[in-house]
Design a protein. Structure first.
Length: 170
């Protein structure tokens, strides 16, 4: 994976949905990410069906995106939240079902700890449903303080995670 040029930062985003036509929700989110000002969608994974974590609920469709952006981490995070809301996200039960979840996983080499944002994402290294799609598009990406995505993925088997055909209907 190439590094962003001067003034640009490479960011990794996890996408997930298990309500409202999950595959369609994730595809719309890819399009919305590509439309964020001062941001380029440079890679996107296939869609993956993954078992849920948390209370009983439908399976998820997960994916990953690599962006190059001129936005600061907070502004990019706000753009992700706006995309979630535009697609009907309502925050409720922790780890509960959702129309769309966008997580900022990595923002360049930054390590950020604020009340609203933690980067790298605190659960990144223990979530196969994030690591498998991320490894597809950014296996060599170095996650600050954690190591290469490929190594993190190898340490967490992706049992129950299956790639979907791109033209798969919900």
């Amino acid at each position: 994976m190439t590094r962003a040029g001067p003034g640009w930062t490479t960011a990794a985003v996890a996408l997930g949905s298990n309500l409202g036509g999950p595959a369609a929700q994730v595809r719309r989110a890819f399009a919305a990410l590509a439309a964020v000002p001062d941001t380029r969608l440079v890679a996107r994974s296939r869609l993956y069906r993954t078992p849920p974590v948390g209370p009983p609920q439908p399976d998820y469709v997960n994916a990953a995106a690599i962006l190059e952006t001129r936005l600061g981490a907070d502004a990019l995070f706000e753009a992700l939240l706006a995309i979630e809301v535009a697609q009907g996200r309502m925050r409720g039960e922790r780890w509960g079902p959702r129309t769309l979840d966008l997580d900022l996983l990595v923002y360049g080499d930054a390590v950020i700890h604020t009340p609203r944002l933690t980067v790298p994402h605190p659960q990144l290294a223990v979530r196969p449903f994030v690591l498998v799609p991320l490894a597809e598009v950014a296996a060599e990406l170095e996650v600050p303080g954690l190591g290469r995505v490929a190594d993190l993925c190898a340490a967490r088997p992706g049992e129950g995670i299956t790639a979907l055909e791109e033209d798969h209907a919900d």
